[in-house]
Design a protein around this ligand. Structure first.
Ligand code: FMN
Length: 164
C-alpha cells in the first residue's frame, strides 16, 4: 500500500472533459469558450451541466440566451479548443479570427461547431452559484453526431469519435 500525502484541492477530479460551449446572444453575436467543468447530471430527463466563471465574456451571453451548445472536439480539434480557451470574445470575434466553422442549431438559437464530432443542444433549466463557477443545468434538446459514429439505436461510438 502506498503512503498518502495531502495534495491540492483545486479541480480535484481529473481528467476534466474537454468541451467547447457555444452561444448566441440576443444581438445575434456568436461566441465559444473551452470548458473543463462539464458533466452529465441526469439521464431522465437527459441533462448536462457546464460551469462558467462569471468574469468570462460568455457568462452574460449564456445567462441571457438561456441556452447553449456543448461541442465535443475530436483529437484534431486541439487548436480550436486551445484557442477558444485562451482568447476572450471581449477582444476578438473568435469565429472570424479562427475561422470557426458553424451551422445553426436545430432546436435553439446557438451555433453548432461543425468541426466537433458531437454537439449537444441545451436549454437552461436551472443554475447554481457554487463558488468560482456558476453551474448551468441544461436540458438536452438534441444531440448531433457525425455520420458513421452512431449505431442503429443512435448510440454514439465514442471510441470511433476519438475525442480530445
Ligand atoms: C483546459 C481549459 C479548461 C477551461 N475550463 C473552463 C471552465 O470550465 N469554465 C470557464 O468559465 N472557463 C474555463 N476555461 C477558460 C475559458 O475558456 C477562457 O477564459 C476563455 O478565453 C473565455 O472566453 P470568453 O471570455 O470569450 O467567454 C478553460 C480554459 C482551458 C484552457
Amino acid at each position: 500500500m502506498s503512503k498518502k500525502v495531502e495534495a491540492q484541492m483545486k479541480s480535484a477530479i481529473q481528467p476534466c472533459p474537454k468541451a467547447i460551449v457555444s452561444v448566441t446572444d440576443r444581438g445575434g453575436r456568436d461566441n465559444a469558450l473551452a470548458v473543463g467543468y462539464c458533466c452529465n447530471c441526469s439521464y431522465d430527463p437527459p441533462m448536462v451541466m457546464v460551469g462558467i466563471v462569471p468574469s468570462r465574456f460568455s457568462y452574460e451571453m449564456i445567462k441571457e440566451a438561456g441556452c447553449f451548445v456543448v461541442n465535443l472536439p475530436g483529437k484534431e480539434g486541439k487548436a480550436l479548443f486551445d484557442y477558444t480557451g485562451s482568447v476572450s470574445g471581449r477582444n476578438a470575434d473568435k469565429f472570424k479570427e479562427f475561422g470557426i466553422q458553424s451551422t445553426r442549431a436545430s432546436r435553439i438559437n446557438a451555433p453548432i461547431l461543425t468541426d466537433c464530432p458531437v454537439n449537444i443542444e441545451c436549454v437552461i433549466v436551472d443554475s447554481i452559484r457554487t463558488g468560482s463557477h456558476e453551474m448551468f443545468v441544461g436540458r438536452i434538446e438534441c444531440v448531433h453526431a457525425d455520420e458513421g459514429l452512431t449505431d442503429e439505436k443512435g448510440q454514439i461510438n465514442f471510441e470511433k469519435a476519438s475525442l480530445l
